[in-house]
Design a protein around this ligand. Structure first.
Ligand code: TEU
Ligand code: CA
Length: 555
């Protein structure tokens, strides 16, 4: 067996800098706030920190609209602050990933300013410009991810430009070799600074294969661009080129955020031959389930559906490519609210159960800030509390078009809005949960008095201390990284179970996704080593509400 790559042994922690820690009282988290909490992250045991974008940005999409890839957003600090954060992380043995957002730039990026200045400008082809249809309408029917059409008319030069996200996020033209060369140059600049890799935003969107109308779903206003813009054949050519020109010259990891990816494509993106990316974020488990309109819903995904998807990914990539494991990130509602049970009685137990479930699979686990505290959805009651461009635009479009009532839409936002994940980290029981001495840019979750890092540090049974134990296991039990995955009890309505096999060892994992005590005979053989579990006492032949157990058997 060949030696693992460092990123296969690692646990990654995602930081959303705006909401992590504010060091200067302006209500916005910043780089010095992160540096001040590095010891907390070290004690958690994570190996790699991924920073959501910290570059100069007009903040139309909280930094995912970048106006200068080599400058730091002033409200986050300075390049000197960044250099200190990188050095301090490295000094503690932690690595650092940058968020690479190169499907699009901000419309305030110098490239776009040039590009829109005239049709003859050398940067014109850095973006995707098309003539209007004869009737003056947009080149095709595509809708943007953030509502409205994906094309914006530019009066000055009399053409439309493409923006799959907001109109302040024009799509770069990856078919232009000059664009690709400029991006690789920028990536090498960061690698030369000593960063350890990239989380690649919308990496499955770079290549566009055609500009044909897409299907309009019943009740929808716009066409779907996926068939022309997601996971198109040329994407692999581009990523191989990027790999050759950037990754292969450094000891870096790369994780592609590949919306719409299927297993055959993931086998190419994340192949263990190292020709493209280290791993991908697939979306099947977070996109699945009943939806009412677009991505919006108030329905939960039943565990058997979640299990079917995750098992397929475990088996589908086994031995050939590498999975990343996540339930939470800055675009998703909080996992304990979505897949667990955030009622006070079950919150901590179900958060630990979900953590066990994720970290015992094969792949690189990701912890999103606050997940280790069992933070819950914010469930904001008023539209005025929301900040996210996607939520606000969808609110307007869905209600104005008459598709849903305001009351229903608020219900969907409470379950699904990205702002559920973006409320400030709950550090302690002081004002604004210790996140800021000023007024936070988005309200703190009301439950911070009972859910916060300080209280959890002091409680040996807290979600935080459970995550610490869970992450530490990975360092001493190679089976967690290298063991094969074998599904068990695939028809059980309540229990998600599997085993991992490695040399002479078998690790049996079972997670009860319900608030009932249910039968489970998997742990009948005596003599196993209890690696971790969220109950101190067991009931023979049963799993208690939200109980999770992982037991190691040696031959
Ligand atoms: O998200 C990309 C993406 O595919 C979106 O459709 C995502 O699923 C979205 O949040 C839909 O609800 C990335 C970033 O993670 C996100 O924060 C950015 O807003 C987006 O790209 C544009 O850069
Ligand atoms: Ca600040």
């Amino acid at each position: 067996m060949t030696k693992n790559k460092w990123w296969q042994d690692a646990v990654v922690y995602q930081i959303y800098p705006r909401s992590f820690a504010d060091s200067n009282g302006d209500g916005v988290g910043d780089l010095n706030g992160i540096t001040a909490h590095l010891d907390y992250l070290k004690e958690l045991g994570v190996d790699v920190l991924w920073l959501s974008p910290i570059y100069a940005s007009p903040n139309d999409d909280n930094g995912y609209d970048i106006s200068d890839y080599c400058a730091i957003q002033p409200e986050f600090g300075t390049m000197a602050d960044f250099d200190r954060l990188l050095a301090e992380a490295h000094r503690r043995g932690m690595k650092l990933l940058m968020d690479l957002v190169v499907n699009h730039t901000s419309d305030e990026h110098a490239w776009f300013q040039q590009s829109r200045s005239s049709k003859e400008n050398p940067y014109r082809d850095f973006y995707i410009w098309k003539d209007a249809k004869p009737d003056g309408s947009a080149p095709n029917n595509w809708g943007s991810v953030f509502s409205g059409p994906a094309w914006e008319w530019d009066e000055a030069t009399g053409q439309y430009y493409l923006h799959l996200f907001s109109k302040k996020q024009p799509d770069l033209n990856w078919a232009n070799p000059k664009v690709r060369a400029a991006i690789y140059r920028m990536m090498r600049w960061w690698c030369d600074k000593g960063i350890d890799g990239f989380r690649m935003d919308t990496a499955s969107f770079y290549a566009k294969s055609n500009y044909n109308d897409g299907p309009v779903y019943p009740g929808g206003l716009y066409g779907d661009f996926s068939g022309s813009c997601l996971n198109q054949p040329m994407i692999h050519t581009y990523l191989r080129e990027m790999n050759e020109q950037v990754f292969s010259h450094y000891d870096v990891m790369s994780v592609g955020e590949t919306g719409g990816v299927d297993i055959p494509n993931a086998l190419r993106y994340a192949n263990l031959d190292g020709s493209e990316l280290s791993m991908v974020f697939q979306f099947s488990h977070v996109d699945a389930g009943p939806r009412v309109i677009g991505k919006w819903t108030d329905q939960k995904l039943p565990m058997p559906a979640l299990r079917k998807i995750l098992n397929e990914w475990q088996l589908g990539l086994a031995g050939k490519a590498w999975n990343s494991l996540y339930l939470d990130n800055h675009d998703q509602p909080r996992c304990v609210s979505r897949f667990g049970n955030d009622a006070p009685m079950w919150r901590a137990l179900s958060a630990k159960m979900l953590a066990t479930c994720l970290h015992m699979m094969q792949g690189t686990p990701y912890v999103y800030q606050g997940e280790e505290l069992g933070m819950t959805n914010a469930y904001f009651e008023h539209i005025e509390d929301y900040r996210d461009i996607e939520s606000l635009n969808a609110w307007k479009e869905c209600i104005e078009s008459g598709a849903v009532t305001a009351e229903a839409m608020l219900r969907y936002l409470k379950e699904i809005s990205r702002d559920n994940a973006r409320t400030p980290i709950q550090w302690d029981e002081t004002a604004h949960a210790g996140f800021t001495t000023g007024t936070p840019w988005i309200a703190v979750n009301k439950n911070y008095l009972s859910i916060n890092a300080k209280a959890e540090e002091a409680d040996p049974d807290s979600v935080l201390n459970y995550y610490r134990r869970l992450i530490a296991l990975r360092k001493s039990y190679p089976i967690l990284v290298s063991g094969t995955f074998v599904p068990l009890l695939e028809d059980d309505a309540a229990v998600y179970a599997w085993k991992r096999c490695y040399k002479e060892e078998t690790l049996v994992v079972a997670c009860n996704f319900t608030a009932e005590t249910v039968p489970c005979a998997l742990f009948a053989p005596a003599g196993g080593e209890e690696l971790i579990g969220n109950y101190h006492e067991h009931v023979q032949g049963m799993l208690q509400p939200y109980e999770a157990r992982a037991v190691l058997y040696r031959k």
